[in-house]
Design a protein around this ligand. Structure first.
Ligand code: PLP
Length: 412
C-alpha cells in the first residue's frame, strides 16, 4: 500500500477513505459483503495482467498454464459445491451472466416470462431500459396483493397464454423462498427453459441455508459478491447438455478476455464457502435477517410478506409517514447504509419509494448475532424518525461503538 501512496496519493486516499467508511458504519445493503483478505489478495495480483481468451486447455493466447490451473480449480470447486454438471466462472458480473443465458437459449424477439421489476425482479429480467426488455418480448409476473408472495397461478396463466421460451425466477428484492419445483413444472408445461437467477441467494445455497435451484433449473446464473462473499463478478451453472452453448455465449459472444484475477478470486471464495464455518455463517445470516425484520416491525415498519426466509427484508414505511428516499438519507447521516426500495404495489415513484431494503450478509461477516440485530433495528428506527437530523450524531456514536466491537477488516 505504501507503494500506491507514493505512486498515486489521490487514489490511495480514496482506498483508505472507503476502508474507513466500511469500518465506521453499519453496512445493511443486502447485496454487499466484506470479502476476505485472501480474495482481496488475489484480486490485486499479477493474474490481472494475463490475457486468456478461451477456456482452460483451449486458449487463444500462450502462457496460460498458471491461469488454466486457477480456472480449473475454480470450476471443479463450483461443480462440487453446488452439485452442478457444468460451471462457467468468466461472466464479469451478474448482468453479464444473464446476458449470456439469454444469448445461449434465445434469439432476439423470443418471449421471456420473468418477475416484474417493481415487485422485486432485476433490470435484466425484462426492463425496457435493459437489453432484456429492448431485444426480447418480456411478460412480467408479480406477487399477490394479499400476502406479497409470488402469484404462482398468475405465473402459470401467463405461461400458458404467452408460451415463453424462457421462464426466469429469482429476484433482487424478494425476501421469501422461491418454489423452484413449481417453476420447473410450469416451464415443462409450456416447453420453456427455466433460468434461476440466484444472484442474491447463491451464498445461502452454498451454506445449505436455503434449497438449491440446481436440480430444477436448466441454467442458474448468479453473482459471486453477495452472500457468497467472493469478488465482484458472475457465475453460471448448468446441465452438461447446455455447457457448450453457455460457454460460447459467455466467450466469444458476450465477452472477450476473462478477468483471470477475478476468476482465481472466485476459486478462493468457493473454497471458503465449502468450509463448515460458511454453513454456520449462512444460517446466521438468515437468523439475523429474521431478527432484524422483527426488530424493525417493533419500530413501526411493516415487513413485506410478513418477514423473511433469506438474507434480506423489505420494510414498508408508510405507517411512519416517511418515504424510502428520506429514510435512506436519514440513515446515511447516522452512519447506517441501506437503500430505499419500491414495495409491491407501491404508490410512490421508484426514486422516492415507500420502503427500504435491509440485508445481513455484511454485519454477519462481522460476527454480529440476533442481539445486535435488535440494537441495529432500534438505531434504524431512531434514524428514520429523525426528521431534522438532530439525533444523527448520537446515533452515529452508538453505531461506531457497535461496529468497533465487531470490526470489519480488523487491524492486525
Ligand atoms: N440478478 C439479480 C437478481 C441481482 O440482484 C443483480 C444485482 O443486484 C444482478 C442480477 C446483476 O448483478 P451485477 O450487478 O453484478 O451485474
Amino acid at each position: 500500500f505504501s507503494l500506491l501512496q507514493r505512486t498515486d496519493p489521490d487514489i490511495a486516499d480514496v482506498v483508505l477513505g472507503e476502508l474507513a467508511r466500511q469500518r465506521a458504519g453499519l453496512q445493511l445493503i443486502a447485496s454487499e459483503n466484506f470479502t476476505s483478505p485472501a480474495v482481496l489478495a488475489v484480486l490485486g495480483s499479477t493474474l490481472s495482467n494475463k490475457y486468456a481468451e478461451g477456456y482452460p486447455g483451449r486458449r487463444y493466447y500462450g502462457g496460460c498454464a498458471q491461469v488454466d490451473r486457477a480456472e480449473e480449480i475454480g470450476l471443479r470447486r463450483a461443480r462440487e459445491l453446488f452439485g452442478a454438471e457444468h460451471a462457467n466462472l468468466q461472466p464479469h458480473s451478474g448482468a453479464s451472466a444473464n446476458l449470456a443465458a439469454y444469448a445461449a437459449l434465445l434469439v432476439p424477439g423470443d418471449t421471456v416470462l420473468a418477475m416484474s421489476l417493481p415487485h422485486g425482479g432485476h433490470l435484466t429480467h425484462g426492463s425496457r431500459v435493459n437489453f432484456s426488455g429492448r431485444w426480447f418480448g418480456t411478460v412480467a409476473y408479480g406477487v399477490r396483493e394479499k400476502d406479497e408472495t409470488i402469484d404462482y397461478d398468475q405465473v402459470r396463466d401467463l405461461a400458458l397464454r404467452h408460451r415463453p421460451k424462457m421462464l426466469i425466477c429469482g429476484a433482487t428484492a424478494y425476501p421469501r423462498l422461491v418454489d423452484f419445483a413449481l417453476f420447473r413444472e410450469i416451464a415443462d408445461e409450456v416447453g420453456a427453459y427455466l433460468v434461476v437467477d440466484a444472484a442474491h441467494f447463491i451464498g445461502l445455497v452454498a451454506g445449505g441455508a436455503v434449497p438449491s435451484p440446481v436440480p430444477y433449473a436448466d441454467v442458474v446464473t448468479c453473482t459471486t459478491h453477495k452472500v457468497l462473499r467472493g469478488p465482484r463478478g458472475g457465475m453460471i451453472l448448468c446441465r452438461e447438455e447446455l455447457a457448450e452453448r453457455i460457454d460460447k455465449a459467455v466467450f466469444p459472444f458476450c465477452q472477450g478476455g476473462p478477468l483471470m484475477h477475478a476468476v482465481a478470486a472466485k476459486a478462493v471464495a468457493l473454497r471458503e464457502a465449502a468450509q463448515p464455518a460458511f454453513a454456520s455463517y449462512a444460517r446466521q445470516v438468515v437468523a439475523n435477517a429474521q431478527a432484524l425484520a422483527a426488530g424493525l416491525e417493533a419500530e413501526g415498519m411493516r415487513a413485506v410478506s410478513g418477514g423473511t426466509d433469506t438474507h434480506l427484508a423489505l420494510l414498508d414505511l408508510r405507517g411512519l409517514g416517511v418515504s424510502g428516499r428520506d429514510a435512506e438519507t436519514r440513515c446515511e447521516r447516522a452512519g447506517i447504509t441501506l437503500n430505499k426500495n419500491a414495495i409491491p404495489f407501491d404508490p410512490a415513484k421508484p426514486m422516492i419509494a415507500s420502503g427500504i431494503r435491509v440485508g445481513t450478509p455484511a454485519v454477519t461477516t462481522q460476527g454480529m448475532t440476533e442481539g445486535d440485530m435488535k440494537e441495529i433495528a432500534t438505531l434504524v428506527g431512531r434514524a428514520v424518525r429523525d426528521t431534522d437530523g438532530s439525533a444523527a450524531r448520537d446515533i452515529a456514536a452508538v453505531v461506531a461503538d457497535l461496529v468497533a466491537t465487531h470490526p470489519a477488516y480488523p487491524e492486525r
